[in-house]
Design a protein around this ligand. Sequence first.
Ligand SMILES: Nc1nc2c(ncn2[C@@H]2O[C@H](COP(=O)(O)OP(=O)(O)O)[C@@H](O)[C@H]2O)c(=O)[nH]1
Ligand SMILES: [Mg+2]
Length: 239
Amino acid sequence: MTNNKYSILLPTYNEVDNLPIIIWLLVKHMNESGYDYEIIIIDDGSPDGTLEAATQLQTLYGDDKIVIKSRGKKLGLGTAYIHGMKFATGNFIIIMDADLSHHPKFIKHFIEKQKTEDFDIVTGSRYIGSGGVYGWDMRRKFISRGANFLTQILLQPGSSDLTGSFRLYKKHILEKLIDKCVSKGYVFQMEIIIRARKLNCTIAEVPITFVDRVYGESKLGGSEIVQFVKSLLYLFATT
Ligand SMILES: Nc1nc2c(ncn2[C@@H]2O[C@H](COP(=O)(O)OP(=O)(O)O)[C@@H](O)[C@H]2O)c(=O)[nH]1
Ligand SMILES: [Mg+2]
């Protein structure tokens, strides 16, 4: 028997419609798989009442399972993970989106894969095996593929899905990596894998399907794309 515990970090910004569903699915799948876990919701002052929904869900499922660590305003995804991780009591961290694009049913594949060779990191990949993307328009597919392609060429990271954010990390590894990361937004996902390679961390991949959000709006805009390319070039020049 092991006493592994999985801390699931769930950053939210205007996810009031998605949060009850994702939490219900997480609780269902984690209870079924029998692994010890907690869900840490990091809400950034969503004006749509996400925090109030989170509080109700905490009452429903218990504060040992649902931990709420909100911040007053939208401070970005990268720092939301850093903030949430400070409160994690597990020895493993799982990071995923709250908008139902990442299905909790895949978590047990991450955990099983991690155990096979005691990997430091397991990343979900849309670009291997049975993985895939559903519901994205041409523009969004192009951006994702383009970002991955550019990064593969410039940095040769040896990981097929760099911009995805459905991952499992050993907590002490993620802490070490986060210390080294300079980016704050979406690029964070990519930077972390690049840094992990440099530190010779072991990385495995599992196929995931990614379904575009049904409720609410994506926060990926032009400025995020510009930021991504800038950071990519920065990493290219400095690592
Ligand atoms: N706490 C926090 N969560 C955020 C922020 N920006 C995005 N999110 C959440 O991060 C996840 C991914 O964002 P999303 O807009 O779905 O990005 P996309 O899937 O790449 O279009 C979702 O759960 C969002 O609610 C932020 O600034 N702070
Ligand atoms: Mg999304």
